[in-house]
Design a binder for this molecule. Structure first.
Ligand SMILES: [Zn+2]
Ligand SMILES: [Zn+2]
Length: 327
């Protein structure tokens, strides 16, 4: 399902296309994709809020099996269960790459943006940026871990939440419904703020201590918060729920403007920080943790040909958990 021209999702901009089978270059693998998660970032790409090479096959939560290995690939073999995430490559030589912050590499390329991704039957990917799927997970169960899951995990790390702490989650989509499982595993108390009634129900069902809308007061000060919805007005609301020294981690690649707010909301050494991509270390840690917990994604599955519908339902906030294309 390929994007040639960006447009509002109601206009179904993704079109089925017949492409030549991809051949892995040196250092790459070819993958037979079995499932691909649908991410809000795909929606931003399709609608033009995040710029991409066009035409492009979106999709950066691809899970499947290695079909062929290119020259020089070690450690992966034909038939291995693998997944590909958002980061497709980094330069490996800049100060950020060398300093353990490859997620910030200014020369990075991205799956389903700079090269064809997982809304397809086959793809190629750099072997260095291809992960082994955790044991016991089908491709459909593992796909949402590859972006929604890992980025949510990194957001939890950057929020500074400690075991047993009080954590606020603003928005309760694919990423938050995985992050809550990690937070509960860390014995945190979770407070979920979301305007969708069915998302509040899901959060309670999954173990949230409290649910409400973003403007509501849970009655206690939070130690940390993560915002997932791309709505700038959530940032001051999240800050206002934090105790001194607390951090709001903003898990969004694109966001509406953040309204101005009184300095008092930030004073007390509160912090607002964004979350950008993830490192391979984050992915390895998170995938191991997913198997240990074990983490269970709730998914709504669509055939590949219905990628436009799946994206429209993500935009409308209609999905409980994660949308996944079955291929
Ligand atoms: Zn770099
Ligand atoms: Zn994503």
């Amino acid at each position: 399902m390929r994007l040639a021209r960006t447009a509002a999702i109601e206009r179904a901009p993704l079109e089925a296309a017949e492409l030549p089978p991809p051949v892995p270059a040196a250092g790459e693998v070819a993958i037979a994709i079995e499932a691909c998660g649908v991410c809000r970032t795909d929606l931003h790409i399709v609608e033009g809020e995040v710029s991409a090479r066009l035409p492009v096959v979106p999709g950066h939560q691809a899970a499947g099996r290695v079909l062929a290995v290119g020259p020089g690939v070690t450690g992966l073999a034909v038939g291995d269960a693998v997944g590909v995430g958002w980061m497709a490559s980094t330069c490996g030589v800049c100060a950020l790459c060398r300093g353990g912050r490859e997620n910030l590499c200014p020369n990075a390329t991205f799956t389903g943006r700079d090269r064809d991704g997982g809304y397809a039957e086959r793809m190629t990917a750099s072997a260095r940026w291809t992960y082994r799927l955790p044991a016991g997970f089908s491709a459909g169960e593992a796909a949402p871990l590859l972006c929604a899951g890992v980025i949510g995990y990194r957001a939890l790390l950057l929020s500074g939440i400690r075991p047993g702490g009080r954590l606020g989650l603003f928005g309760f989509g694919a990423s938050a419904h995985l992050a809550i499982q990690v937070a509960l595993h860390w014995k945190c108390e979770v407070f979920a703020f979301t305007r969708e009634e069915h998302h509040r129900r899901l959060a309670l069902e999954m173990g949230a201590r409290w649910v409400g809308e973003a403007f509501e007061q849970p009655g206690v000060e939070l130690d940390a918060a993560v915002t997932f919805a791309p709505a700038g007005e959530l940032v001051p609301l999240a800050l206002a729920r934090l105790g001194r020294g607390g951090t709001v981690a903003v898990n969004a690649i694109h966001m509406s403007p953040i309204p101005s707010f009184d300095y008092d909301l930030l004073y007390g050494e509160r912090v607002v920080r964004s979350v950008m991509n993830f490192t391979r270390k984050d992915a390895d840690e998170f995938l191991a943790l997913s198997a240990e917990i074990p983490l269970r994604a709730r998914t709504e599955t669509f055939p590949l040909a219905e990628a436009n519908t799946a994206l429209a339902r993500v935009q409308a906030g209609k999905i409980d958990g994660a949308a996944v294309l079955a291929i």
